[in-house]
Design a binder for this molecule. Structure first.
Ligand SMILES: NC(=O)c1ccc[n+]([C@@H]2O[C@H](COP(=O)([O-])OP(=O)(O)OC[C@H]3O[C@@H](n4cnc5c(N)ncnc54)[C@H](OP(=O)(O)O)[C@@H]3O)[C@@H](O)[C@H]2O)c1
Length: 289
């Protein structure tokens, strides 16, 4: 498996996005665990989760973190090199609504990180990401909480998500140059994070495209909606989804896509993108598509 780097940790070039295993439409526990095990068996060493990946309502907070922790623990092989990346600061508190809310207050984030560490069963979280800027809290204050968590040893690495270029620079400053990763939406259908990707490449900060296939609802139609991806896929005997992930990997060595999956088949197909090298002409064509 081709590898990439997040901070000082080597990870598989393709990670597993665990969100679909816990939100609406999730599979049963056995299928969810099989999906994580299939990823691990294939050499995936990065799993992305969040305390807010659960069905709406406070009673389920941490569902995905606990599921991922259980699945990794029950895998037969060595998982010592698996980086579990989680997030805090985004919530789904209302059981009657699918709305997501924000809380970027430092005290809240510090408490949330400690709760996540407990659920993951670790002393220090491998990578903790501030999920989404909270307009009610100065960004530097929220990131300051991550700096404290690093200094206190509650988290090993700090990342951010849904950040613009100014916020990326500000976060890296507040963290004293210790920003390890940025997780933003990026896919053939959503390319407006290109500026953040380029900045991460300049700074040597990992860039984790979220919904790299266009999201749970649209991922299956990627080839229908983006003909060039389907055509190159057909010519190479690959799926359009694999071509999309290979195209993202080709953008920069800092890119680590985290495709979501509810089935072993889909994560196994996605992982194969790590072995695909697109030609320069193919990349140019996909850039224009
Ligand atoms: N930071 C944020 O704000 C944020 C927001 C959204 C998501 N995320 C993270 O990003 C991860 C990925 O995003 P996402 O799950 O929303 O969307 P996605 O990765 O674009 O799409 C997920 C869907 O793609 C399908 N799929 C995966 N590989 C495939 C393949 N090779 N061929 C065909 N279909 C394939 C899966 O289908 P099956 O279900 O049938 O397996 C899954 O439901 C999430 O799991 C989460 O960890 C972060």
């Amino acid at each position: 498996m081709r590898t990439r780097t997040i901070g000082d940790v080597t990870v598989s070039a393709i990670g597993l996005g665990a969100m679909p295993l816990s939100i609406e439409g999730r599979p049963d526990e056995a299928q969810a665990v099989s999906t994580v095990h299939a990823a691990l068996e294939a050499g995936v060493t990065l799993i992305d989760t969040a305390d807010a990946y659960h069905q709406p309502g406070t009673h389920e907070v941490g569902h995905n973190e606990e599921l991922v922790a259980r699945a990794v623990a029950s895998f037969g092989g060595d998982t010592s090199d698996v980086l579990i990346a989680t997030k805090g600061g985004h919530l789904r508190p209302d059981a009657s609504s699918s709305a997501w809310t924000q809380d970027g207050h430092p005290a809240y984030l510090k408490e949330a990180a400690r709760a996540s560490a407990k659920r993951l069963g670790v002393e220090a979280i491998g990578l903790y990401q501030f999920h989404r800027p909270d307009p009610a809290v100065p960004y530097a204050d929220s990131i300051g909480a991550l700096a404290d968590l690093l200094d206190e040893g509650v988290i090993r690495m700090a990342g951010i998500s849904n950040a613009d270029p100014d916020q990326i620079r500000e976060a890296n400053d507040v963290l004293g140059g210790r920003l390890a990763s940025v997780q933003n939406q990026y896919s053939p259908a959503f390319r407006s994070s290109e500026a953040e990707l380029v900045l991460c490449d300049e700074l040597g900060v990992a860039f984790l495209p979220w919904s790299p296939l266009g999201g749970i609802t649209n991922a299956g139609d990627l080839g229908t909606e983006h003909a060039a991806f389907a055509e190159i896929a057909a010519a190479r005997g690959l799926s359009p989804q694999v071509v999309a992930l290979a195209w993202e990997l080709a953008k920069s060595d800092v890119v680590v896509p985290i495709p979501g999956s509810r089935r072993p088949q889909t994560i196994l197909d996605s992982v194969s993108a790590a072995t695909v090298k697109l030609a320069a002409e193919e990349i140019e064509r996909l850039d224009r598509a």
